[in-house]
Write a protein that binds this ligand. Structure first.
Ligand SMILES: *Cc1c(COP(=O)(O)O)cnc(C)c1O
Length: 468
């Protein structure tokens, strides 16, 4: 499988190089040159497989030529073996033909574990084979950091540095990062906000002199391997509920357009999906595009669903690429213009196509809490605020009661107790494997909001705690 950039200028790469590269050299994002397509018979033959075996069948074409089948199978078995539920992604029924797929049984209680547990193991596999090491540098407002640290904690070839804004992530989220102790794990609390953290990561990718020739790897959702891993659970859900013989509808709480883009790919790969709902919070740039062809940058509105608090959606460029007939030059022009003006619209026929592909809804904090309360009252399920946004959008946008509607349950409610408290339902509890989280020892360095300080810190600790 070869991968090409959405801006058409960077060289085509194989899976291994795409995994290690993250962003393409022309500033674009990598996408498969040709998407694999499965027949209905093929998909139907996967019914009843354990999650890791289904994952192998769905992802095999994407890694073809880069990793041997036996190695990939072993990695997948190990990856999904750490999930705390045997079904890995169990479905819960909320109402007639309405479901939530629980994607929060991984080590950090959010769906990001599906991709980052795999990404860490794949990185280790390729780096060990090459006899190389790599430094991971990432910024987090909460969920990505803990999932990335958990995914890389046992990687011999990786040192991971995660920046978070000091005193601005929830205590559960902070402890999920800072209680993972290891020579190769470095939590840095920045005296600044999330944007400061992200800016410093970007600047470090742009100028890597401080790394003394060591490789820098990105783990945010622009990394293709993360999207790839998320395609699998759409097939999993459909196969549990009578697919591919019947079609499914999905509602996806989204910020960076990563998780929902995986659903769009699943449909293009042959899975019958009749409806894909983009569910956003007040930070609704995606809903504004889908409903009015205006992808315009707005200010940030902090919400009760902080993992979806974004101003721009980094994976949206991958959809633009398809909407423009995979013409990289056109996408480059749009993105360059967006960078300057903060505004983007597409031609009418392309926008009509986007509307055919997706429905959308923006859900505010009040409606989020009301949905948590409704669902708790009606079926005893406690939703986290992100999942509640998905359920609300599913209910408002649903086109057919005869088609199963599946909302992706992106996080465990215990990660976001503020919203649950506001909904005035029961207090969420930590699951057994994290029950002692508040007693565990923490390790974290607090650094000033200064690029030089961060880069010096990485250089001084980037080789299993020793200087690079
Ligand atoms: C990251 C995250 C999202 C948004 O996912 P995208 O891929 O950015 O759309 C939604 N909910 C939770 C709990 C998350 O952690």
């Amino acid at each position: 499988m070869r991968y090409i950039s959405t801006r058409g200028q960077a060289p085509a790469l194989n899976f291994e190089d795409v995994l290690l590269a993250g962003l393409a050299s022309d500033g674009g994002l990598y996408v498969p040159e040709n998407l694999p397509r499965f027949t209905q018979e093929e998909i139907a033959s996967w019914a009843g497989l354990p999650y890791h075996e289904l994952a192998f069948n769905v992802m095999r074409p994407f890694v073809a030529g880069s990793i041997a089948d036996a190695d990939f199978k072993a990695i997948l078995k190990d990856t999904y073996g750490v999930f705390a539920h045997n079904a890995v992604a169990p479905l819960r029924q909320l109402d007639a033909n309405e479901w939530v797929m629980e994607l929060f049984h991984g080590p950090t209680l959010a769906f990001k574990d599906f991709a980052l547990q795999l990404l860490g193991r794949l990185l280790d596999h390729f780096l060990t084979k090459r006899g190389e090491r790599a430094v991971i540098l990432g910024a987090t407002s909460g969920d990505t950091g803990s999932a990335a640290i958990e995914g890389c904690r046992r990687c011999e070839s990786v040192d991971i540095f995660i920046l978070h804004p000091h005193n601005r992530v929830s205590e559960v989220q902070r402890r999920q990062m800072t209680t993972i102790l290891g020579d190769n794990i470095h939590n840095i609390a920045i005296e600044g906000n999330f944007d400061d953290c992200q800016e410093m990561v970007k600047a470090s990718f742009a100028d890597q002199g401080f790394l003394k020739g060591n490789r820098l790897v990105a783990v945010n959702s622009i990394n293709w391997a993360r999207i790839m891993a998320q395609i699998v659970y759409y097939f999993h859900a459909a196969l549990q509920l009578g697919g591919p013989q019947r079609s499914m509808a999905f509602s996806v709480p989204t910020g960076n357009f990563g998780d929902i883009f995986a659903g769009y790919l699943a449909r293009n790969m042959g899975l019958p999906i009749s409806q894909l709902v983009v569910a956003t919070n007040r930070n609704d740039i995606l809903h504004r595009f889908m409903s009015g062809n205006r992808y315009d940058k707005d200010t940030l509105h902090p919400s009760l669903s902080p993992s979806m608090d974004i101003m721009v959606s980094s994976n949206f460029e991958r959809l633009l690429f398809d909407l423009h007939g995979r013409n990289g030059a056109l996408v480059k022009e749009l993105m360059d213009n967006f960078k300057q003006t903060g505004k983007l619209t597409v031609e009418d026929e392309r926008w009509t196509e986007a509307r055919r592909l997706f429905d959308s809804l923006a859900v505010d904090d009040a409606a989020t809490c009301a949905t948590i309360a409704d669902v708790y009252r009606d079926c005893g399920e406690l939703l986290d605020p992100h999942t509640a946004i998905g359920v609300r959008a599913a209910r408002e946008c649903r086109r057919s009661m005869a088609t199963p509607m599946i909302t992706l349950g992106t996080a465990h409610p215990v990660k976001f107790p503020e919203a649950v408290r506001k909904a005035q339902v029961e207090e969420p509890h930590l699951p057994a494997h994290l029950a002692d989280l508040f007693e565990r020892a923490e390790r974290c360095s607090v650094l000033p909001n200064s690029l030089t300080d961060i880069q010096q810190f990485v250089a001084a600790h980037g080789n299993r705690g020793k200087p690079l």
